[in-house]
Write a protein that binds this ligand. Structure first.
Ligand code: NAI
Length: 479
């Protein structure tokens, strides 16, 4: 059946469903198409984030952290337990329920906002006058083929895990993020190739549940994207937890059979090594999803790396075709995709929204959590900018002591001349929440002194954020 809309959004991940809702809020008629299906065939909107990323990983991180705390830290609180046990299948089942609740939540939100949802795979077919035409082939429980037309199309098709060359994922022994979230038994020896965000989060889950985890990272430096002080502290904490992280590694061969996986690699000194695992997670980045869109037929321009080329406003080379999220340049983060999706919907209506990449927060949900916004100290050094920094350890924070988690620190960097905040870097309890103080400070152009003069509730972890701001001027009060 043929249906006409003002906007068709392809993809219902955080970029797509938010774009669809915002466009509908602004009075446009909107269709949103997503091919994902649950095991029973029902629609599974929400993209990687909801189905095999942010949400399920946080569910398993929480379950495994509860187990770890019960095992190792309850005793400090005077709580002893007998017969502590884990039921991995129940943890995975809980995770799947949470995912399904989120899928249903997104379907409800689309309906509430009068966005017409189509379960299927959309591909460009033609352009008639100023209308883009898309064929939608049904997937899952959907039956009907549809042809959609719209003046504006927003592509939000996301990304897929990148495989090692010649080593396809089988999700039996060689796992991507989806496989890493679906194991129902704890592997004895777990290998992880790529010590980035997914590797660290998934490695942490399975290490806490009892796996011996070895991580093989290509870059010579561990967590080079983070501020060096934070990366150094993270390396120390992860080592203490038992994560065996090797950097400067070159993987030469991966061979899987029914018994396990053998990996041959060269270590940082070029020495040949062989190691055997029961399971191997490969987390070496992701590639944009553009196959199947029939992008070539309409002349949509892709970069050499397969990303859809866009300008600062997410406009592609074709009139009224926009692209947001993982399928375009910039960090592959759900919240970045959401901001772009919302901004594109507003631009269609002639508004002038702005997404500032410099204030996008980054979080790694390990224990302790790692979070940052803005420039790292090494970036500032490299740019030749004069800056001041101030740090404060959670060890000196009363709330952290009472909680029993004093690992980590907070660090601000600020312009030496104007004191304007340039970045906030945290490793420690609830870093993912605390980092928002830095995001707000940067959005409002605050100085470190502004933060230092703001009354923070006592006793809270956020007092460490204030104390680190005082430290920029060398005047901490509690250390
Ligand atoms: P990543 O880019 O975070 O890390 C990949 C790591 O693999 C890098 O350290 C890289 O140096 C290493 N690597 C690349 N090729 C290698 C090779 N051949 N051998 C050994 N190491 C190699 O990518 P990751 O962890 O796969 O995550 C993909 C995306 O998903 C990222 O953009 C990430 O931001 C996003 N994500 C975000 C989360 C969050 O915000 N908490 C959680 C999970 C994923």
């Amino acid at each position: 059946m043929s249906k006409a809309f003002d906007v068709v959004v392809v993809g219902a991940g955080p970029g797509g469903y938010i774009a669809a809702i915002r466009a509908a809020q602004l009075g446009l008629s909107v269709a949103c198409v997503d091919e994902a299906a649950r095991s029973d065939g029902k629609p599974a909107p929400g993209g990687t984030c909801t189905n095999v990323g942010c949400i399920p990983s946080k569910a398993l991180l929480q379950s495994s952290e509860h187990y770890d705390v019960a095992q190792h830290h309850f005793v400090e609180h005077g709580i002893t337990m007998k017969n502590l046990a884990i039921d991995v299948a129940a943890m995975v089942e809980r995770k799947s329920k949470i995912v399904a609740q989120n899928n249903d939540g997104i379907l409800y939100l689309l309906k509430k906002n009068k966005v017409m949802f189509f379960q299927g795979k959309a591909a460009f077919s033609d352009r008639k006058d100023d209308q883009w035409m898309l064929n939608v082939t049904p997937t899952g429980t959907a039956k009907e083929k549809n042809v959609l037309s719209a003046k504006h199309v927003i592509i939000a098709t996301g990304s897929s895990p990148r495989a090692l060359p010649g080593v396809p994922f089988d999700n039996k022994r060689i796992l991507d993020n989806e496989g890493a979230l679906a194991m129902t038994n704890v592997p004895k020896r777990l290998g992880v190739i790529g010590a980035g965000v997914i590797g660290l989060e998934m490695g942490s889950v399975w290490q806490r549940l009892g796996a011996e985890v070895t991580m093989l990272e290509a870059l010579p430096e561990f967590l080079g994207v983070a501020d060096t002080a934070i990366a150094k502290e993270a390396a120390k904490q992860f080592k203490a937890q038992g994560l065996d992280i090797h950097t400067g590694v070159q993987v030469d061969e991966v061979k899987a059979d029914s018994k396990g996986v053998k990996v041959a690699y060269r270590d940082s000194k070029g020495g040949a090594q062989k190691v055997a695992f029961d399971m191997l997670i490969v987390s070496i980045g992701r590639v944009p999803n553009t196959q199947g869109l029939n992008a070539e037929a309409v002349g949509l321009k892709l970069s050499e790396r397969g990303m859809i080329e866009v300008d600062d406003c997410c406009r592609t080379n074709l009139p009224n075709i926009w692209a947001v999220g993982d399928v375009v340049r910039g960090p592959m983060l759900a919240h970045k995709a959401e901001e772009e999706g919302s901004a594109v919907a507003e631009r269609i209506l002639g508004q002038k929204p702005h997404v500032d990449f410099n204030t996008i927060p980054y979080v790694i949900y390990t224990s302790p959590e790692i979070a940052w916004v803005g420039k790292t100290e090494q970036q500032l050094k490299a740019s030749g900018m004069n800056y001041r920094s101030g740090s404060f350890p959670f060890m000196a924070n009363g709330r952290a002591r009472a909680m029993g988690d004093t690992r980590g620190l907070v660090k601000w960097v600020a312009d030496a001349a104007t004191d304007r905040v340039l970045g906030l870097h945290i490793i420690g309890p609830m870093a993912s929440e605390l980092v928002m103080e830095g995001v707000i400070a940067m959005e409002f152009g605050a100085s470190s002194e502004d933060i230092a003069r703001i009354c923070h509730a006592h006793p809270t972890l956020s007092e460490s954020v204030k104390e680190a701001a005082l430290a920029v001027d060398g005047r901490t009060l509690n250390i």
